[in-house]
Design a protein around this ligand. Structure first.
Ligand SMILES: [Zn+2]
Length: 359
């Protein structure tokens, strides 16, 4: 999501914003007292000064690379490829399962924004699952491409700008932007940054890809139907996208929605997104005819704005949400059930809203 889109909507949680937005605070305060108490299920705690966020429990870039190499050595079906380097020279990886090029292909992309790491943690877990007997002969019917942690410099806080105001503690800070302060998910047309260039040249332009899920994290206070969400989804929304491609995106969204919703703890809203093609959800769908889906998990690993940062007690279910999403997508493509997925839920799925804290 945009870094500051909702900032003015919950100023009370951020001391530096309180005074300047006194009028807004008053308005929000009125709604807050009427807001329903947070329900159970997907509603883990957010940060808001209530607990320490320890980034040391997340994979560092080096640990990620080591795990990928370990799985590559263990799994015959896995081919690990370096598709380029980040600004600071870190190798960017593609984990590739291509059994038959004629099979349908899905791409999972994580951590274009470096502070949105649980998606990568889930993707790593998924790669381990693909190496087990758990998924049966699934990989004989679908090709799976995974680009984990496209923005390793941001993920490691190895950037040329100050992170002094970031709230997490631990070995490192994590930031949305890459080393030179660029937002990779606004760079899908110009492709100025080496990370986006690598993705387009070595992955998007190099394979016949049918589906893509772009995995992100959003703020902690989004709600649907009065209950905080565990995430939100959205298909391409630019008018330039081919209707068949859009329909594929909606079917992919239906598969993901059903899988997450049926867990009991998953609760998804519709993401409120724009139509710019600089964003992968739109740009990739238009340029390559790939049916894309944006998935925004709840809460970020680090940020300068407290209400965006999620308490780490929620890490487990969000990692699990990623896993559920990836497995459901892959299996529905492998067994063909995605072709008949019911997309009608999109007509009634409510756009998420910001829910003020109940203090
Ligand atoms: Zn993001």
């Amino acid at each position: 999501m945009p870094p500051r889109a909702s900032k003015a909507t919950d100023p009370r949680s951020h001391p530096r914003w309180g005074r300047r937005l006194a009028a807004a605070v008053f308005a929000v305060g009125l709604t807050a007292s009427l807001a329903p108490a947070a329900a159970a299920g997907g509603n883990g705690p957010d940060y808001n000064g209530h607990e320490t966020i320890n980034t040391s429990i997340l994979h560092t870039y080096d640990e990620l690379a080591a795990e990928l190499e370990k799985q590559d050595a263990r799994q015959e079906a896995l081919e690990l490829e370096v598709i380029g380097q980040s600004v600071k020279g870190r190798d960017l990886f593609l984990a590739k399962y291509v059994n038959d090029p004629a099979n349908p292909t899905i791409l999972f992309l994580t951590q274009q924004h470096g502070n949105e790491q649980l998606t990568t943690e889930g993707a790593l877990e998924f790669i381990k699952h693909l190496g087990s007997a758990r998924l049966g002969d699934t990989l004989e019917h679908v090709n799976v491409l995974i680009v984990p942690m496209l923005n390793p410099d941001g993920a490691m806080g190895d950037v040329d700008f100050s992170l002094d105001d970031y709230v997490a503690s631990g070995d490192r800070h994590l930031t949305r932007y890459n080393a030179v302060g660029a937002d990779l998910n606004r760079d899908h047309v110009d492709r100025v940054q080496p990370e986006t260039r690598a993705l387009h040249e070595k992955v998007l332009g190099a394979y016949e890809i049918d589906y893509m899920i772009d995995l992100h994290h959003q703020g902690t206070r989004s709600a649907r139907d009065g209950q905080l969400v565990s995430g939100s989804i959205l298909h391409p929304t630019t008018p330039e996208v081919d209707p068949d491609v859009l329909e594929g995106s909606k079917r992919l969204g239906a598969v993901v929605f059903d899988a997450v919703d049926s867990t009991g703890w998953g609760h998804l809203g519709k993401y409120a997104g724009g139509d710019a093609t600089t964003i992968s959800r739109n740009g990739v769908a238009v340029e390559y005819g790939i049916s894309t889906l944006l998935f925004e998990m709840r809460g970020m690993s680090d940020h300068e704005y407290e209400p965006y940062v999620l308490g780490q007690k929620s890490n487990g279910y969000l990692r699990q949400q990623t896993l559920v999403t990836l497995e459901a997508a892959v299996q529905s493509i492998a067994d063909g059930s995605i072709e008949s997925a019911d997309t009608s839920f999109w007509d009634t799925l409510a756009e998420q809203e910001w829910m003020p804290r109940d203090e």
